[in-house]
Design a protein around this ligand. Structure first.
Ligand code: PLP
Length: 466
């Protein structure tokens, strides 16, 4: 039984779409053009086919899906998105969607506040973390055209690719076995190269590891380098560093707190902000960087002298619905440590810890490293094994668990270098350069309840299989 106050998408969607329909009708009824009509049989067939094909998805909504960073939006986000989508405002210019543009400005301040940035920070929503990070790197280049980026090996691959797009030099910085930037290597890089901006990661996509942002920022300050924090995945966890947040011993709070000293931050509401895809955000501490975006548009910007978001965004058309959905979600489920988002994130962290403990408790599975956020890596092998055995067993368990006809469990496979694996698990023997491990992103709070039984079941697959 769902909690009685858990809103069903059906009821909210109906209310949302009915409201917009009434609003549309209030402008006066008119006949849609006949060219927009659809043959009923064809429509029926198209929908049958379409809905059937959607069943080819993995069950992202279900606790048994413990694989990649995927989950459906919250029903509030879904219904709020659908309502605005029916109107289809474009947050490029105020002309294209006055209410959702205003909502975007408000949620950007909310996100800045959660990250500890001043409310004068300049920011806007993007279609995702890729574009948010691209804008941060582009501003880094405009500020320091003759200086390089420093990007750790553990950073998302987008930084390497986008520095190519921007024709910027990106100096690689090594990471430790858990996938956190190596501070000594960073110090050396800052000494030996002209670095304008350093990219740090608050929650890696691979292992959910959190760079020592506090210490790294001190090094960057000493070398006069700017800092961009890629918090696309992990930014929302900063809520858990507040005093009123649920108690989580050993949570890397200091590292998340230090995001407040960054020069720019990318964060993805479509990852831990309960939103459907199409919602990232970039924030800059110094609003003066808005000058780099300056352009004139002969088409838009007529209705108001106030800021049009298109004037500070590289993307032109953007879904007003994405801003509306985030705004409405954060009104219903606030960005608070002890209400709304905070308890959801805390449950995800506890789920990862429960998963890790359950792995430790079974002989069939071995933990790769304790989780720092809500991503767990583990291998279906005894403590002493070769990396070839680990590699094959991981792949085999991934397949077997997913294809079980009665009780499938979906995990994901992640590759770690032999160096990292044997550092984390010295009892493993390196007989190859890298090996597959299993990875579970426990980003649904329900995972807290199901973690133990899912691991137990995985361990029986592992024993059958290996
Ligand atoms: C997901 C992610 C990205 C890429 O963002 P998209 O929203 O997929 O475009 C970049 N960096 C990190 C750390 C991420 O987790």
């Amino acid at each position: 039984m769902p909690n009685p106050s858990y809103p069903t998408a059906d009821a909210l969607l109906h209310r949302a779409l009915q409201h917009v329909e009434d609003w549309e009708q209030s402008w006066g009824a008119f006949d849609p053009h006949e060219s927009l009509g659809v043959d009923p049989d064809r429509l029926d067939a198209a929908f049958d086919d379409y809905l059937g094909r959607l069943e080819g998805n993995y069950p992202f909504h279900h606790p048994r899906y413990a694989g990649q960073m995927l989950k459906p939006p919250h029903p509030v986000a879904l219904a709020a998105y659908a309502a605005a989508q029916r109107i289809n405002p474009n947050n490029h210019a105020l002309d294209g969607g006055p209410p959702t543009s205003q909502m975007e400005k408000e949620v950007v301040i909310d996100l800045a506040d959660m990250l500890g940035l001043p409310d004068t920070a300049l920011g806007h929503l993007t279609t995702g973390g890729t574009v948010a990070n691209l804008e941060a790197l582009w501003v880094a280049r405009e500020l320091h055209p003759d200086q390089a980026l420093a990007v750790a090996e553990n950073a998302h691959y987008t930084h390497g690719r986008m520095s190519d797009v921007l024709d910027m030099e990106a100096v690689p910085v090594s990471a430790d076995a858990r996938g956190r930037i190596d501070l000594e290597a960073l110090d050396r890089t800052l000494d030996q190269h002209a670095i304008g901006t350093v990219v740090l990661t608050a929650g890696t996509t691979g292992l959910g590891a959190v760079d020592p942002i506090d210490e790294a920022i001190s090094l960057c300050e000493a070398h006069d380098a700017r800092v961009h924090v890629d918090a696309a995945y992990g930014g929302f966890f900063r809520l858990l560093t507040e005093e009123s947040a649920p108690d989580l011993p050993d949570f890397p709070a200091g590292r998340f707190r230090a995001i407040e000293d960054a020069d720019s931050v990318a964060i993805d509401p479509h990852k831990h902000g309960l939103q459907p895809y199409g919602c990232g955000c970039i924030l800059f501490r110094d609003p003066a960087v808005g000058r780099f975006y300056q352009h004139d548009s002969p088409y838009t910007y007529f209705t108001s002298d106030e800021l049009h978001l298109g004037e500070i965004s590289l993307e032109c058309s953007r879904a007003g619905a994405a801003a509306g959905a985030l705004w409405c979600t954060l009104r219903a489920l606030p960005l608070a440590p002890d209400d709304g988002l905070g308890p959801i994130l805390a449950a995800c962290v506890r789920a990862a810890r429960t998963w890790a403990e359950a792995v430790d408790d079974t002989d069939a599975l071995t933990l790769v490293t304790p989780p720092e956020t809500d991503i767990v890596a583990y291998v279906p092998a005894p403590e002493e094994a070769t990396l070839s055995a680990v590699h094959e067993a991981s792949q085999a368990l991934f397949d077997a668990a997913m294809n079980d006809p009665d009780d499938p469990i979906f995990t994901s496979v992640y590759r770690l270098s032999a160096d990292a694996l044997t550092t984390l698990r010295p009892s493993l023997t390196a007989d190859r350069d890298e090996a597959a491990v299993l990875r579970s992103v426990l980003m649904k709070p329900e995972h807290e309840t199901y973690a133990e039984s899912l691991v137990e079941q995985l361990s029986t697959f592992a024993m059958d299989d290996v």
